[in-house]
Unconditional design. Structure first.
Length: 370
C-alpha cells in the first residue's frame, strides 16, 4: 500500500499538501526503494608517486620508475616489508608494465626535475594479491604519538618540530602513508602532561592530554639506552578496544624510529587492510538511529561505503528514525567495527555491541547517526 501511495502522490498534476506523518512514510519508503550502493574504490592518489629524476639517461629513468613504484607500494600496503616479496622485487624491475601515466616538472629555483607516475590500479592490486600483500584504503586512522626519550638522564617528549627524532618519525610515516600526529607540547599540553606521565603510562593523564587532538588511536612508548648499549623502545599501540604491546631495539635513535613506524604500519595494516585471505564476503546487521530524512540516509550510505571493506549495503528494516542495515563486507567483523569507528558521524552506543554475535541475536552493533 505504501508504494502505491507514493506513486499516486508524485503523479498528481496539482499541489498536494501531505501531512507530516505521511511525509515521513513517503521518505522512508523512498529509502527502501533506493536499493544498494555500488562498491567503493580506493583513492586514486595512492597509485601516484613522484620522485626526482637525476638525468634523462635510460638508466636514471628506469631507476626513477622503480623508486616511484616502490614508494607507491609502500604507501598502499603501509609497510616497507612488502618490498621484500619476490614477486614485488621482480615487478620493480619491470615498472613499465604497471605505469598508466607519466609526466615531469622542473623546480624553477633548484632546476630539479621531478617524475610523476600513475600506476594502473587493477594491475597493482593483482600483483599484491598474488604476493599475499595487504591493500590498504586511503582513509586511515590518525595516530597520536606519545613517545618520551631519555638521554643523559633527561626525559623529553618527542613533540612536533622538536628533536631530530620527530623529523624521522614524520618522514618514515609519510613514506608509508601513515597519518601520525605529534603533540605540540605548548602551554596547553604542558599544563596537563609531562615526560614522567608518558614514561609511567598514566592512562588518565594521557587520555586527558589526547582529547584536544581527537585521534583515532595512540602510539605510546619510552625510549632509552639499554644495558647492551642499544637504543630500546617499548610501549603500546592503542585503538578502539585493542592494545598491542611492542618492544624494539636498534643501534641509533633514527634507526629505532624507523622500526617503530614500520611496526605501527604492519600492526594497523593487519587490521585495516584487505589481504587475499579476506576476500570472502560476509554480512553483518547494524542498528542505526537518528536517520531523520532521505538526505541523512544518503549521507549515511556514503559514509558506510567509504569503509574499504564494505562492498554493498541493503536497508533491512526501519521504524521511525531507526534503521537496520545489512552490510556486505570483506574481512572479520572485528575489523569492520574498527573501521566503522573511524567514521566521524557514526557513534557506537555504549554497551551496545552484541557479544557474542549469534544467529539468535543477529545485530552486530548499535550506532547513532550524528
Amino acid at each position: 500500500m505504501a508504494y502505491c501511495f507514493v506513486l499516486l502522490v508524485f503523479s498528481m498534476p496539482y499541489i498536494f499538501v501531505v501531512p507530516a506523518a505521511l511525509r515521513r512514510t513517503i521518505v522512508l519508503c523512498l529509502m527502501l526503494l533506493s536499493g544498494c550502493v555500488s562498491s567503493v574504490t580506493l583513492a586514486a592518489d595512492l597509485y601516484v608517486a613522484e620522485v626526482p629524476l637525476l638525468s634523462d639517461s635510460d638508466s636514471h629513468v628506469k631507476q626513477a620508475k622503480s623508486q616511484a613504484m616502490a614508494l607507491m607500494i609502500t604507501r598502499l600496503t603501509g609497510q616497507k616489508a612488502s618490498l621484500k616479496s619476490p614477486a614485488v622485487k621482480s615487478a620493480l624491475g619491470q615498472a613499465d608494465t604497471y605505469i598508466s601515466q607519466i609526466s615531469r616538472k622542473t623546480n624553477v629555483e633548484s632546476q630539479q626535475v621531478q617524475l610523476k607516475l600513475g600506476f594502473d590500479k587493477a594491475s597493482v592490486n593483482q600483483l599484491l594479491r598474488r604476493s599475499g600483500m595487504p591493500i590498504w584504503a586511503a582513509k586511515r586512522a590518525n595516530m597520536l604519538v606519545w613517545l618520551v626519550i631519555e638521554e643523559h638522564g633527561i626525559q623529553e617528549i618527542i613533540a612536533d618540530g622538536y628533536l631530530a627524532a620527530s623529523d624521522v618519525l614524520q618522514k618514515e610515516a609519510d613514506a608509508r602513508g601513515l597519518p601520525l600526529v605529534l603533540p605540540l607540547m605548548d602551554l596547553t599540553d604542558q599544563l596537563v602532561i609531562g615526560p614522567s606521565d608518558v614514561w609511567g603510562n598514566f592512562d588518565e593523564v594521557i587520555d586527558a592530554a589526547s582529547a584536544r587532538y581527537q585521534p583515532h588511536g595512540l602510539l605510546l612508548g619510552r625510549i632509552f639506552k639499554n644495558a647492551d648499549n642499544l637504543w630500546q623502545g617499548q610501549g603500546q599501540i592503542q585503538f578502539s578496544a585493542n592494545q598491542i604491546d611492542w618492544k624494539l631495539a636498534a643501534q641509533t635513535p633514527d634507526d629505532l624510529m624507523t622500526l617503530i613506524v614500520e611496526n605501527l604500519g604492519q600492526e594497523l595494516s593487519r587490521r585495516f587492510a584487505l589481504t587475499n585471505d579476506a576476500t570472502a564476503q560476509q554480512e553483518s546487521l547494524l542498528h542505526i538511529s537518528g536517520v531523520n530524512n532521505l538526505q541523512a540516509y544518503n549521507e549515511l550510505k556514503q559514509s558506510l561505503m567509504d569503509v574499504a571493506s564494505i562492498t554493498h549495503i541493503r536497508l533491512h528494516s526501519l521504524q521511525a528514525d531507526k534503521l537496520q542495515i545489512m552490510v556486505s563486507h570483506q574481512g572479520s567483523q572485528d575489523n569492520l567495527l574498527i573501521s566503522l569507528g573511524l567514521q566521524p558521524r557514526l557513534q557506537l552506543l555504549d554497551g551496545q555491541t552484541v557479544n557474542p554475535y549469534s544467529a539468535a541475536n543477529s545485530l552486530l552493533a548499535y550506532y547513532s547517526w550524528l
